[in-house]
Design a protein around this ligand. Structure first.
Ligand SMILES: *[C@@H]1O[C@H](CO)[C@@H](O)[C@H](O)[C@H]1NC(C)=O
Ligand SMILES: *[C@@H]1O[C@H](CO)[C@@H](O)[C@H](O)[C@H]1NC(C)=O
Ligand SMILES: *[C@@H]1O[C@H](CO)[C@@H](O)[C@H](O)[C@H]1NC(C)=O
Ligand SMILES: *[C@@H]1O[C@H](CO)[C@@H](O)[C@H](O)[C@H]1NC(C)=O
Length: 363
């Protein structure tokens, strides 16, 4: 009996040690991007080029290989390099627009903290969409080598970024950097950088849409001003099915009902505006006498529409997050994300991802 008991004890101890080693291993070596297909694809390509870090300039952007004409870029950049601190910082390039916004914002905040010069390549989507100023270099000076910094988790603030300057080297940040804490030091700058290049054109279309909506619904905007509440409802198949095993969730109809009621109790003369990747679901499941659904197909204009509202009801995903940030008012977010116990859940810290003023609600 004694031997059986000690054998069991041995097994339990062995099991506990294995679990501890496994947790340490996955935490240290398994990057979040390992399970994000589109990103993996991009990453492999970037990584293979970065093996030889001097060959950095050949970075895969979305579906195209872009090899910026270096001599042209260098000409433009010799000016912006003049005032550089000697150490440069870049991001990895991956994900959709929301991810890119996090990468840029966080890199910019981290650069400021560490007295480094941020670099945003010429061809990066963020330059096409937003007014990223020209004094931010579009390329690295020749010969500058980068050391790689990998964040530990996903939506998680990694405070090692506060002391990058100690390395005394130029750095490339991998990957998502999804925390407001990286850029709380530079919010004012970011409000200027994240202005749409197409602002005037967007403004016209959005104002016309708002005016028509008020007219159709018989809403009076003369006395008490209308409060626009943007609802971003991510409900696409990717979140519900493709990435479900990783821990992605979508908000149910009951969440929107609750959030709508919350705003109705605070504001009067409201108009709700729904932006979604599944509008037919929204028309059935998010309803209100004063609601209008996004008529625009262009995702950038749709982001601008969310940003033009006064307050926001978020769902999941970084597009939602940035729609809320751009609007700048009250924010309600869906707090049952990610699914507990999943890979994504272990890599997410709500306090790091959602600013403290935003309000979490369940379905
Ligand atoms: C790295 O890239 C540079 C420039 O393309 C090239 O000259 C060099 O031979 C490469 N080094 C290795 C080890 O591949
Ligand atoms: C470099 O910094 C100086 C002093 O702040 C400024 O006057 C100058 O315009 C800057 N040059 C460029 C190219 O940004
Ligand atoms: C970073 O956070 C850890 C705890 O997560 C703490 O022990 C450490 O002191 C922090 N480092 C810095 C530089 O703030
Ligand atoms: C809503 O936001 C617009 C700007 O987008 C602003 O002009 C208006 O005053 C805001 N409405 C309220 C009720 O705060």
């Amino acid at each position: 009996m004694a031997t059986a008991a000690s054998a069991v004890r041995g097994l339990v101890i062995f099991g506990a040690i294995s679990v501890a080693v496994w947790m340490w291993y996955t935490d240290t070596f398994v990057n979040f991007d390992d399970f994000h297909p589109t990103v993996t694809e991009v990453r492999e390509s970037v990584e293979s080029h970065l093996k030889n870090e001097t060959a950095l300039f050949f970075v895969r952007e979305g579906h195209h290989f872009v090899s910026p004409d270096m001599s042209e870029a260098w000409k433009k950049d010799t000016r912006s390099w003049i005032n550089s601190t000697g150490h440069f910082i870049m991001t990895g390039v991956s994900g959709g627009l929301g991810n890119r916004m996090f990468q840029f914002a966080s890199m910019y905040g981290i650069a400021k903290r560490n007295n480094m010069t941020p670099v945003v390549l010429e061809s990066i989507q963020i330059r096409e969409v937003f007014r990223i100023p020209d004094y931010i270099p579009r390329s690295l000076p020749p010969g500058v080598k980068l050391v790689k910094f990998h964040e530990k988790k996903y939506a998680f603030y990694d405070n090692r970024t506060e002391t990058l300057y100690k390395k005394g080297q130029s750095v490339q940040l991998f990957y998502y950097l999804c925390s407001w804490k990286y850029f709380q030091n530079v919010e004012d700058d970011l409000r200027r950088h994240f202005r749409f290049r197409n602002e005037a054109h967007f403004r016209k279309q959005i104002d016309a849409f708002f005016d028509t909506a008020l007219l159709e619904l018989g809403i009076n905007n003369k006395g008490e001003k209308v409060t626009y509440i943007g609802i971003h409802a991510r409900y696409g198949k990717d979140m519900r099915i493709v990435y479900e095993h990783m821990g992605y969730t979508v908000a149910p109809s009951s969440y929107y009902t609750k959030a709508i009621r919350y705003f109705e109790n605070i504001y009067k003369n409201i108009l709700f505006i729904v932006v979604s990747d599944d509008m037919s679901w929204c028309r059935k499941n998010i309803q209100h006498p004063r609601i209008r659904y996004n008529p625009f197909k262009d995702p950038i204009l749709s982001l601008a529409l969310l940003g033009s509202c006064n307050h926001t009801i978020m769902s999941v995903g970084t597009f939602s997050w940035w729609g809320a940030w751009l609007a700048g008012g009250d924010v309600v977010y869906y707090k049952d994300w990610p699914k507990p116990g999943t890979h994504l859940w272990w890599r997410t810290n709500h306090e790091d991802y959602f600013p403290p003023k935003w309000i979490g609600m369940s379905g």
